[in-house]
Ligand binder design. Sequence first.
Ligand SMILES: Nc1nc2c(ncn2[C@@H]2O[C@H](COP(=O)(O)OP(=O)(O)O)[C@@H](O)[C@H]2O)c(=O)[nH]1
Ligand SMILES: [Mg+2]
Ligand SMILES: [Zn+2]
Length: 358
Amino acid sequence: MFNMKKLGWNTFFEEQFQPYKEQGLSVGRVLREVRHQYRIYTPQGVVDGDVSGHFQYTAVNRADYPTVGDWVVIRQCGDYAQIEKVLPRVSAFSRNKAGTEVQEQVVAANIDYLCIVCGLDGGRNFNLRGIERYIAMTMEGGAKPVIVLNKSDLCADGELALLQARSVADALPIHLVSALTHEGLEDFSTSFENGSTVAFAGHSGVGKSSLINTLLGRAELKTGSLRESDLRGRHTTSHKELFFLESGAMVIDTPGMRELQLWGSPQNLDDTYGEIHEAAQRCRFNDCSHQNEPGCAVRELLIEGSLEMERYENYLDMRSELLFLESKVNEKKNHDRKAKEKALSRLIRQSQKYGKRH
Ligand SMILES: Nc1nc2c(ncn2[C@@H]2O[C@H](COP(=O)(O)OP(=O)(O)O)[C@@H](O)[C@H]2O)c(=O)[nH]1
Ligand SMILES: [Mg+2]
Ligand SMILES: [Zn+2]
């Protein structure tokens, strides 16, 4: 018998589940997803399953489908489960799926912490602007960001790296660790409470799978060997999976991403760039783009020296990316709505014709 609380079950999910419970359906948490095949933890044990026909029929977007960490309502058919519903997520880490069409891809759901893993191996795996992007996306999704500087054994000056990370992640937890020598791992792993869910994200090759293996105390996940020439990791993690730590926390490994494509709205940068948001209230124009308008309080910060040029530029880049995304998403929504209206009126016309004939 599984203890649901240990899995992160709480009164919010209980309430959401209530109507389905009354219909005699069960609930479980998705711990593994491989090409729309799901492995689910339920109070009765582990089952494999797939979404039901009705689910497929009503799902509109890819983000509506279950992902690792989701609580799902299931209909049990022998040792197989049919997923009927995804309970609302309390948090999620999403990105824009790489490709031409805009599409939200939920990397992990119902996570308390997102570990932003960097590799201090001298390559491009420790990038402050990249960390900033991840922080903004994590906050947008409602999880708490944690900065993990891995491969401390390969870095001559860990203190400097900590200071640099501190400059973009002021009030956030930052851990200097090594999956190889286990430096810093004790503090790191004990910082997550019992029943909390922790997802690991970051470029491929930074050591996410190695860290999780070390925390698990066994070589559960495949790790990639580095090609010496360019320090780039191979893509060895191909699916997402949730694991249980002895400490009572759960961890989710995610496949590496070459680049984090933002998902969200421009307003969500306000938390990450608090000082810019605050100054923007004092700009002369309401719709100031903070680029060349007179009376811009954000540019004032630059002149004063209290805002770094790189941080400012990163903000502008992310904002324009998110504005573009917003316009694309609206375009898609309009397109989908029109398509639905068309289909509906065709249906009505057809039924009217049918009515006349009979
Ligand atoms: N020296 C050193 N190498 C590490 C450390 N962590 C991971 N690696 C190596 O980095 C490579 C990529 O690790 P992996 O865990 O597959 O990275 P992932 O793509 O983020 O999951 C592997 O060759 C690991 O052995 C570390 O702390 N120190
Ligand atoms: Mg991996
Ligand atoms: Zn301005």
